[in-house]
Design a protein around this ligand. Structure first.
Ligand code: ADP
Ligand code: MG
Length: 387
C-alpha cells in the first residue's frame, strides 16, 4: 500500500527542504519514493539542484521527483474535466474552451493534481509519496476541494440520470440550463466518484498523514495553529510538527534576542501540540541544497525513526453521543475561537463554518431534524447540543 505524507505550512518555512530531506531518507532506507510538488512556485529543482520534469524522474536509486504542471495535468485528465466543464459552461451560454483557459478556473488545478495522487495511490508504483505543497491557504483549498466539489455537484446537477431521461424532451424548450445528456452524466459521475475516492485516500489516517512545518516565530506559529484546526475539521490526520530554522547557541550575541523569542515560542508550541511529536531542525549557516545537505537534514530530523511511520494516534473528527436524553455532537476544532464559529442545520446537514472554511456533516437520521442549541469547548472539541 502506498503511504502518503503531506507537508504544509507558511511560505518559506522549509516545506520543500523538509520534503526533499524526507524523500532522501525514505529512499536510502529502501522505499521507492516519490517527492511530488503541487506548489505552482516549484522549488524542488532548486533544493536538489537538478532539472525536474512534470512526470516522475529518478534522481537517485529509489528516489523520484515530480513537479506537477497544472496545464499538463488538466490535459492528461482532460476527458473527464472537459465533459464536466463544457456542460457547465454551456449552461452559462459559453462554447468551446481550451485546456489552458480551464487551468485558470478555480478548483481545476486542484482537481487535476488530486487525480495524480489518486493514480499513485491506486497503481502502487511507489511505496511512499511525499507531497510538497503550496503555502497553507492554497493547500487547504486543495484538501477541501473534494468535499466542496461533491457539495456543488449535488446542487448544480441535482437531477438524477433517470429523471433527466424522462424530463429532457419535456423540459428542453423551457429551460435555459440544458439538462445534461447521458454522456455528460457518465463523466460527471466518474469525476464525482474519483473525487470521493481522493477524499477517502487523503483522509484515511492509515494511508495519509499531514506534517506541519513551521518556524519558531509568532506568525508561523499562529498560522500552524489555524491550519491544524481546519485540517482536523476536514477530517485529515496530522501526525507531526516540524519546527525548522531554530537558532543554536553558537549564533552569537547578535541573535540573542531572536534566540530568546524562539525559546518562548518553542515552549508555546510544546504546550499547544502536546499530543504530537515535535522535531526541531537547526538553522543552517547556508541554504540546505543538494543531496548531501538534504540527506544530512533528513538524518538529523528522523534519527532512528522511519519517516513513513505513523507518529500519532488518529482521532475521529466527529462523534455522536447521548447523555440524560440529550443529544451531543463532538467535533475536533482545537484553537478555534467561539466567536469565529458558525453552526446550523440545513435540511439534515450540519454546516460548520470556522473563519472562511466550511465543512458539511451529514447528520444521522435521529439528529437530522434537530438544531444546534448550545455549543461549548472542551479540550479542543466543540461539544454541540442538538435539540
Ligand atoms: N534549516 C534551514 N537552515 C537554513 N536555511 C533553510 C533551512 N530550511 C530551509 N532553508 C532555506 O529557506 C528557504 C525557504 O525554504 P523552502 O524549503 O523553499 O521553504 P517553503 O517550501 O516552505 O517555501 C530556502 O532558501 C531554503 O534553502
Ligand atoms: Mg516550497
Amino acid at each position: 500500500m502506498t503511504r502518503i505524507i503531506l507537508f504544509t505550512g507558511k511560505g518559506g518555512v522549509g516545506k520543500t527542504s523538509v520534503s526533499a530531506a524526507t524523500g532522501i531518507q525514505c529512499a536510502n532506507l529502501g522505499k521507492k519514493t516519490l517527492v511530488v510538488s503541487t506548489d505552482p512556485a516549484h522549488s524542488l529543482r532548486d533544493a536538489f539542484q537538478k532539472d525536474i520534469g512534470s512526470e516522475p524522474v529518478e534522481v537517485m536509486h529509489n528516489l523520484f521527483l515530480q513537479e506537477i504542471n497544472v496545464t499538463e495535468a488538466i490535459k492528461k485528465y482532460w476527458d473527464n474535466l472537459k465533459m464536466y466543464l463544457t456542460a457547465l459552461m454551456r449552461s452559462q451560454g459559453v462554447q468551446g474552451i481550451a485546456a489552458e483557459e480551464i487551468a485558470t478556473l478555480p478548483g481545476f488545478d486542484e482537481a487535476a493534481q488530486l487525480l495524480y495522487i489518486r493514480d499513485y495511490a491506486h497503481k502502487g508504483d511507489f511505496d511512499v509519496v511525499i507531497m510538497d505543497t503550496a503555502p497553507t491557504g492554497e493547500s487547504l483549498k486543495l484538501l477541501s476541494f473534494p468535499e466542496a466539489f461533491s457539495w456543488y455537484m449535488e446542487r448544480i446537477f441535482p437531477i438524477s440520470r433517470k429523471t433527466a431521461k424522462i424530463m429532457r424532451p419535456l423540459m428542453k424548450p423551457f429551460l435555459s440550463m440544458p439538462i445534461p445528456d447521458d454522456k455528460v452524466f457518465g463523466s460527471i459521475e466518474e469525476l464525482y466518484s474519483q473525487m470521493k475516492d481522493v477524499k477517502e485516500i487523503l483522509s484515511d489516517p492509515h494511508t495519509t498523514t499531514i506534517r506541519l512545518v513551521c518556524n519558531p516565530d509568532r506568525m508561523s506559529f499562529n498560522e500552524t495553529k489555524r491550519a491544524f484546526t481546519y485540517l482536523l475539521m476536514y477530517g485529515y490526520s496530522v501526525d507531526a510538527i516540524v519546527v525548522n530554522k531554530v537558532f543554536g547557541s553558537s549564533t552569537g550575541e547578535f541573535l540573542k534576542k531572536w534566540r530568546e523569542s524562539q525559546d518562548l515560542i518553542l515552549d508555546e508550541i510544546k504546550v499547544a501540540f502536546a499530543d504530537l511529536p515535535i522535531s526541531k531542525i537547526p538553522m543552517n549557516s547556508t541554504e540546505p541544497t543538494g543531496f548531501d545537505q538534504l540527506r544530512n537534514m533528513g538524518e538529523k530530523l528522523y534519527k532512528n525513526i522511519a519517516p513513513w511511520e505513523f507518529m500519532a494516534e488518529p482521532t475521529p473528527p466527529i462523534s455522536f453521543s447521548q447523555e440524560k436524553g440529550k443529544n451531543f455532537i463532538s467535533i475536533r476544532v482545537p484553537f478555534a475561537e467561539k466567536k469565529n464559529i458558525e453552526l446550523h442545520n440545513r435540511g439534515g446537514e450540519l454546516i460548520l463554518q470556522v473563519d472562511n472554511w466550511r465543512r458539511v456533516f451529514f447528520l444521522p437520521q435521529s439528529l437530522s431534524t434537530l438544531s444546534p442549541i448550545n455549543a461549548e469547548f472542551n479540550k479542543g472539541n466543540l461539544l454541540i447540543e442538538m435539540g
